[in-house]
Design a protein around this ligand. Structure first.
Ligand SMILES: Cc1cc2nc3c(=O)[nH]c(=O)nc-3n(C[C@H](O)[C@H](O)[C@H](O)COP(=O)(O)OP(=O)(O)OC[C@H]3O[C@@H](n4cnc5c(N)ncnc54)[C@H](O)[C@@H]3O)c2cc1C
Length: 470
């Protein structure tokens, strides 16, 4: 079978992979041939299934820098949260945060870009918007049903006179082969690229918590006894007695996304939509449990007739200190740093990774036009790529570790609330105080107040001019 050649091969066409492809086309060059290899069927990208995802300013800003139109499409497919509310399972309120405070302000006049306000969006709509955007770039090709395994990856060094370059040979499950000069491993929590680079790292371990995620259509309430309809903001609901805690947020078309976190000793391997019978059984069990524990009917409602239910056994992994081995293969997104989802920053970190990588490549490995003809053959010198990976790790590893650690902390605190009424009281009081003082929960600020472009500028300046290819 003939072997095709890519300048960049991105393994995994999820959030990290698709954003990285568009960011490279925008920031580095529209002449680099970027091939994205995704194991799923193309049709699965347009299926109105699955759950939803919350997007925050730090990730939305990367999309804006790729193309305003991309940001606007994403905003039009999602729904911004008016506020952030912490409530007890019986419906009583603990605190209300202002979501506009989660959008970085302009230093000069305090104004902000309202498109960066946190929003909820169906995951399939978000992925479709990212995929459609790649079609604007003739140099990006997304291949579906291309699964690679660890043993399908091989790296060789080719020498030409005094210079040598790394070439990556990729062989997919369907037998097709590609070679690439650069490989980005964006293949998620069970990454095969990570297994190839770091075969010694441990597999992700089940955290003891399972999430049931459902999307249901709920027309806005006209019940005057419900002071804050779910359709307005993101809600965090907790129960001290059942040990469940939940997150609910509104979506367009009167849909509500609900994630309920349930301590479960066994390890469900599922990540996927349940079939109709499983979904019905899970939803009925959930309704019975919530009612028995005295949950307010507003929070029970999404489980009465959900459109889709997904079960996810949350897994965690020790953070890696290196995301590459110094060559021309690097990890990004969940492949490098799988999150637990209590702070809604996993995908945002993946998007930041993509933005940082693209800008570093732009500065350190620019594509030069050949002679007068800017459309001539690609002259792409990757000799500074080691500096790209060094600065990439310098910018990203600590940042991701810190943000994603705060997600673990938040999850553990929520679980502990069920163990002690005193701890729960302290926790509620602390949320109330922090929101009263700061307008929103400060732990959220660490994630959203971040400029990936400034971090790249600082790192490049700090690295000195010797490292900059001009
Ligand atoms: C319940 C839950 C709720 C969450 N909510 C949020 C939220 O609100 N906000 C947020 O920011 N984050 C959230 N996250 C985290 C977020 O989903 C992930 O961090 C994000 O999806 C990571 O993107 P990724 O592209 O790195 O990985 P993925 O989204 O996993 O994409 C990886 C892609 O690679 C493909 N792939 C895998 N293996 C191979 C292979 N061998 N060959 C080819 N292709 C392959 C997969 O099919 C997939 O398309 C949540 C996570 C969970 C579990």
């Amino acid at each position: 079978m003939p072997t095709d050649t890519a300048d960049i091969a991105i393994i995994g066409g999820g959030i990290a992979g698709l954003v990285a492809a568009s960011a490279i086309a925008k920031h580095v060059s529209s002449r680099i041939r970027v091939h994205v290899f995704e194991q799923s069927r193309q049709a699965s990208f347009g299926e109105s299934t699955g759950g939803a995802i919350g997007l925050y300013a730090n990730g939305l800003a990367v999309l804006r820098d790729i193309d305003n139109e991309l940001l606007e499409t994403v905003c039009s497919q999602g729904l911004p949260y008016a506020n952030r509310r912490w409530r007890r399972h019986d419906g009583t309120e603990i605190a209300v945060g202002d979501e506009t405070l989660l959008v970085p302000r302009n230093d000069d006049n305090g104004s902000f870009d309202p498109r960066l306000q946190p929003l909820g969006i169906r995951r399939w709509r978000f992925l479709s918007a990212l995929l459609d955007h790649t079609k604007k770039h003739a140099n990006i090709e997304v291949h579906f049903e291309k699964r690679i395994a660890q043993d399908g990856i091989q790296t060789v060094t080719e020498t030409n006179g005094s210079s040598s370059i790394q070439i990556h040979k990729l062989k997919f499950k369907d037998g097709t082969e590609f070679t690439a000069r650069l490989v980005l491993g964006a293949d998620g929590v069970k990454s095969q690229v990570r297994a190839f680079l770091f075969p010694e790292t441990k597999q992700p371990e089940y955290t003891g918590v399972t999430t049931l995620m459902a999307v249901a259509r709920i027309p806005p309430t006209t019940d005057p006894s419900e002071p804050e309809p779910l359709s307005r903001g993101i809600h965090f609901i907790s129960s001290r007695t059942s040990k469940f805690h939940a997150c609910m947020y509104p979506l367009p078309n009167d849909e509500i996304n609900v994630q309920i976190y349930i301590p479960t000793p066994e390890n469900p391997e599922t990540w996927g939509k349940l079939d109709a019978d499983e979904m019905k059984a899970e939803a009925e069990t959930m309704v019975a449990k919530l009612r028995a524990d005295g949950w307010n009917e507003t929070f029970v409602q999404p489980w009465l007739k959900p459109d889709s239910v997904i079960r996810v056994g949350l897994r965690a992994r020790e953070p890696l200190e290196k995301w590459s081995k110094g060559g021309t293969m690097v990890l990004l997104g969940d492949a490098a740093h799988p999150p637990v989802p209590y702070i809604g920053q996993g995908a945002m970190q993946a998007i930041e990774d993509a933005g940082v990588l693209a800008l570093l490549i732009k500065h350190l490995c620019p594509v030069k036009p050949t002679g007068k003809d800017t459309d001539g053959p690609l002259d792409w010198d990757l000799s500074h790529f080691e500096t790209v990976t060094r600065l990439y790790e310098q910018i990203r590893v600590e940042r991701c570790t810190q943000v994603l650690k705060s997600s673990h902390v938040l999850g553990e605190m929520n679980q502990r609330r069920a163990d002690s009424w005193f701890y729960n009281l302290q926790y509620e009081w602390s949320i109330w105080m922090q929101v009263l003082a700061g307008g929103n929960l400060p732990i959220m600020l660490k994630g959203v107040y971040y400029s990936y472009a400034e971090e790249v500028d600082k790192a490049i300046t700090g690295a000195g001019s010797d490292n900059i290819a001009v």
